[in-house]
Design a protein around this ligand. Sequence first.
Ligand code: PMP
Length: 359
Amino acid sequence: MSRVYNFCSGPAALPEAVLKKAQAEMLDWHGAGVSVMEMSHRSSEFMSILASAKARLARLLDIGDDYDILFVQGGASTLFAQIPANLTNGFDSACYLDTGAWSSKAIKEAKRYTKVDVVGSSKEQNYSTVPDFSTLALDENAAYLHICPNETIGGVEFSDLPETSLPIVADLSSTILSRKIDVSKYGLIYAGAQKNVGPAGVVICIIRKDLLARSADDLPSIWNFAHLAENDSMINTPPTYAIYLADLVFEWLEGQGGVEAIEAVNIRKAQALYDFIDSSKFYSNPVDPAFRSRMNVPFILADDSLGALFIEESEAAGLRTLAGHRSVGGMRASIYNAMPMEGVVALIDFMRAFEKRHG
Ligand code: PMP
């Protein structure tokens, strides 16, 4: 068996220690005589896994008692619709910041439910930067302000939040648990699991409890945040194995020293890669240096015609999935929590050698 360095944007690399633990527990979880996949979601065993995942996440992100943690199904894209369906009840509009492909998709879905005010956009800058927050046209009577602090495709990330009295709703799919955040500044945080949390199939949703009152009774039950909270995310069968894996990833992260410790590693990884790209005339990164993502590093080759060869040779060197998103082309290295520094060093060494051979 040989495992490679996997730079996929998602589903992304998982910590090897987590995969090994899941493998060891696969046939017989803690003496239950069955795998987690085979046990009732209402069994005391699974209930203990769910409780553990919630408790660990609450510790890792320092989530206060005024928030509920939900495990939702359907991917982060479902939340693009589920959020306005729940939170715009009683309001005439919602504010959205447009910083890239994922913000745009969230805007498109929200328009089915409410009037959307796009309060700022970097579209004209080809989504290579983030609008100046002091220029945002915020309507303080709107239902909420939606932001996407890490645009996975564009490789654009911001950590400051706009000044507003509105509940901030944030799509943290590709940045959750990679850096410290102050949860109390958000109304709702959501994140598809398949980058920094676990396998695809579950979405983390952290919601301030007062916002649950907005969910109208005529919503489909499994879409209703208030019902989900009342039923501990178990209105129907939850994605049990994905939640179990998430618990193992949270346990691993605690063992790494938590979010602050992994953030320090993430800073070093991103710095090394951007420093190399900036030092080269062959590779370039198109993003405003103030807003470069620590998780998703897009780069382009000076000679675009070498792209296919770059992919072929990198795969042969054990560096997997470096092609950029199909909508933008170029290359992209996703370096989430599970990517060790050694993987980034291997990538830089390969890029340097490739430039020497073909540059
Ligand atoms: N938001 C962001 C920031 C993403 O990166 C993605 C997936 N790459 C999504 C939403 C959509 O996630 P899903 O495929 O789980 O619907």
